[in-house]
Design a protein around this ligand. Structure first.
Ligand SMILES: *Cc1c(COP(=O)(O)O)cnc(C)c1O
Length: 379
């Protein structure tokens, strides 16, 4: 029997299973303006900038809320009125980006791709040729709706060549995939503490160019999501404008220490890749099929097709897994008839073996014997 390292596994696309040492940090109260909290916040901000190669050019601005608050803060603060944003969409979170950009009042142009296809320079050039007003473009680096990995380089090349500003929703990828804001000319990246960084939810984080931030004073119609005001206040006073999530920040400071000690982005990404490999191979051996080919899959979450067995019902499967202390996730609207299992968090291959056993038991318990999707059986 593989060893069970956690009583409860949270295998969603975030939040994730968090190490006991990170949870431990939340047992103590801290003053938001105290030296300890200020040192922790400074350490977090410096680490964010460091691991995406932004030292000297970029600043880190955290905001209270979830990662979408950071995304909305970017649209309010760093994108001037009258801009046109190209949103690249091949999954659920691409649709979310459109919703937020339009909600803030920007003009949006969509590049919609099938959910297994990543954008090429030719795709981008074509949509920019057809819409000469485009000033910014944004894409999910990993869209966790399915787990597709969208390389940044084609966007970076086109952005540079055509003078368009590049924004990256790195909410799911940050901490486990390399991002180089200088080399790739990225104006802003949006980050979550509760995915690849293995902290807990409660803060959204932006790393953005300092000159762009400096030029954005007074632009945001939102008070609480004004990234410039947040940054200027933090720089001048050292603490936050409004009550910060102190426990979340203490946990994140510890999570950053652990990230560095593990070996940074490369080592974290490698561990997730090993988890994902074992999960995908293990479920394929048991007859399941992934939605995405491995060539476009980000090894941080895997999407599987529902089994073609009349006994299969996601809610029953979910409940059977939950009884075993494991939480999985349904497919998103954009990928109906699927379920998702995350590979992020404080988990290693041994944990994946526990998870595979639980899936096998759960399927048996609900009476599923045919794990292949319908299309496969016909083929
Ligand atoms: C998790 C996630 C988000 C943000 O979700 P919140 O619920 O606001 O934390 C945005 N984009 C992607 C790709 C994500 O995976």
């Amino acid at each position: 029997m593989p060893e069970r390292r956690h009583d409860f596994y949270l295998l969603t696309p975030g939040p994730v299973t968090v190490a006991p040492a990170v949870k431990q940090e939340m047992l103590r109260d801290r003053s938001p303006n105290g030296d300890e909290m200020m040192a922790q916040v400074n350490a977090i901000r410096a680490y964010m900038v460091e691991i995406c190669n932004g030292v000297g050019t970029h600043e880190c601005v955290p905001v209270q809320g979830s990662a979408t608050f950071a995304i909305e803060g970017v649209f309010h603060t760093l994108v001037p009125k009258g801009s046109t944003i190209l949103v690249i969409q091949n999954g659920f979170y691409g649709i979310r980006l459109k919703e937020v950009a339009e909600g803030v009042g920007h003009t949006v142009v969509m590049l919609e791709l099938p959910m297994t296809v990543t954008p090429t320079e030719a795709d981008l050039d074509a949509v920019i040729d057809a819409n000469p007003g485009i000033t910014h473009m944004i894409m999910c680096h990993v869209d966790t709706g399915t787990g597709i990995y969208n390389p940044i380089d084609p966007l970076a090349a086109v952005a540079r060549r055509r003078g368009i500003k590049l924004l990256i929703d790195a909410v799911a990828s940050f901490g486990s995939f390399p991002i180089d804001v200088k080399e790739q000319g990225i104006e802003a990246v949006m980050i979550s503490p509760n995915k690849g960084l293995e902290g807990v939810p409660g803060v959204g984080i932006v790393v953005c160019r300092r000159d762009v931030l400096e030029a954005s004073a007074g632009r945001s119609p939102s008070v609480v999501l004004d990234l410039h005001a947040q940054w200027a206040f933090m720089e001048s006073r050292g603490w936050w404008r409004f009550t910060p999530p102190t426990h979340v920040l203490a946990a994140l400071a510890k999570a950053c220490e652990r990230h560095r000690a593990e070996g940074g982005v490369a080592a974290r990404g490698e561990r997730y890749r090993r988890n994902w490999r074992r999960l995908v191979d293990g479920l394929r051996q048991r007859g399941f099929k992934t939605l995405l080919p491995d060539s476009v899959a980000a090894p941080i979450i895997a999407t599987f097709m529902d089994p073609d067995d009349p006994a299969y019902d996601f809610q029953k499967f979910y409940a059977a897994m939950e009884r075993r202390g494991i939480v999985i996730f349904p497919g998103r609207l954009t990928a109906a008839g699927t379920f998702r299992i995350g590979c992020m968090g404080d988990i290693v291959e041994e944990d994946v073996s526990v998870i595979l056993d639980a899936i096998e038991e759960s399927m048996a318990e609900i009476g599923v014997t045919r794990t292949m999707p319908a299309l496969e059986r016909q083929a």
